[in-house]
Design a protein around this ligand. Structure first.
Ligand SMILES: CC(C)(COP(=O)(O)OP(=O)(O)OC[C@H]1O[C@@H](n2cnc3c(N)ncnc32)[C@H](O)[C@@H]1OP(=O)(O)O)[C@@H](O)C(=O)NCCC(=O)NCCS
Length: 161
């Protein structure tokens, strides 16, 4: 099977990013740690399979860590997520960062498995945070998530590089 190609996001990826993030996350805004991000303004990487975009990662550089704000792959088990994370971690290291950070939600058992297998450890659990974001920051957050589990809590993971 042909390897996926990964390259940094470019201006002309924006229409695809808008469509992809809105389809999966309700709008192009993503809330993490109580902050709202317009994902179309963030840097990141895109993965291609035979010229077709199949994966997206967007990140934000904070003072103390690189935060993965979006990770979304449409082909499972081909190493798309792993490759995108590898590229992000390499960028973080090259910019002198020692810490990676990512948040997910209580329903996303697949993401929890995925990140922990990449040596991320749970650093915080904010009970009821998503319920609060839905009331105050992003009303379009779905009530139920993966496996029909109500989305309520935010789980933060980190990795020291
Ligand atoms: C979570 C998510 C990003 C994982 O992406 P993925 O591309 O399926 O992940 P990978 O393919 O890199 O890894 C999954 C498995 O494939 C394996 N794998 C890695 N590289 C591989 C390769 N080249 N060939 C075959 N399998 C590979 C991994 O070891 C892993 O194995 P496991 O199932 O035993 O854990 C993806 O499921 C997704 O986009 N989910 C929806 C959005 C989401 O929840 N994002 C996270 C929000 S915080």
């Amino acid at each position: 099977m042909k390897r996926l190609e990964i390259r940094p996001l470019q201006e002309d990826d924006k229409p695809w990013i808008r469509a992809k993030i809105s389809e999966n996350w309700g709008s192009t805004s993503i809330v993490t740690c109580g902050k709202i991000y317009d994902t179309t303004t963030l840097p990141g990487y895109v993965a291609f399979d035979e010229k077709k975009p199949v994966g997206l990662l967007c990140y934000k550089m904070h003072d103390d860590a690189m935060e993965i704000v979006v990770l979304d792959c449409t082909i499972a088990g081909r190493g798309c997520g792993t490759e995108l994370m590898y590229h992000a971690e390499k960028t973080a290291k090259n910019n002198g960062y020692r810490k990676m950070k990512v948040t997910t939600t209580n329903d996303n058992t697949n993401a929890l498995r995925f990140y922990q297998k990449l040596e991320y450890t749970i650093s915080a659990i904010r009970i009821g945070a998503i319920t609060e974001y839905r009331k105050t920051l992003k009303p379009e957050i779905a009530i139920k998530g993966f496996h029909g589990i109500p989305i309520r809590d935010e789980i933060e993971l980190e990795k020291i590089l």
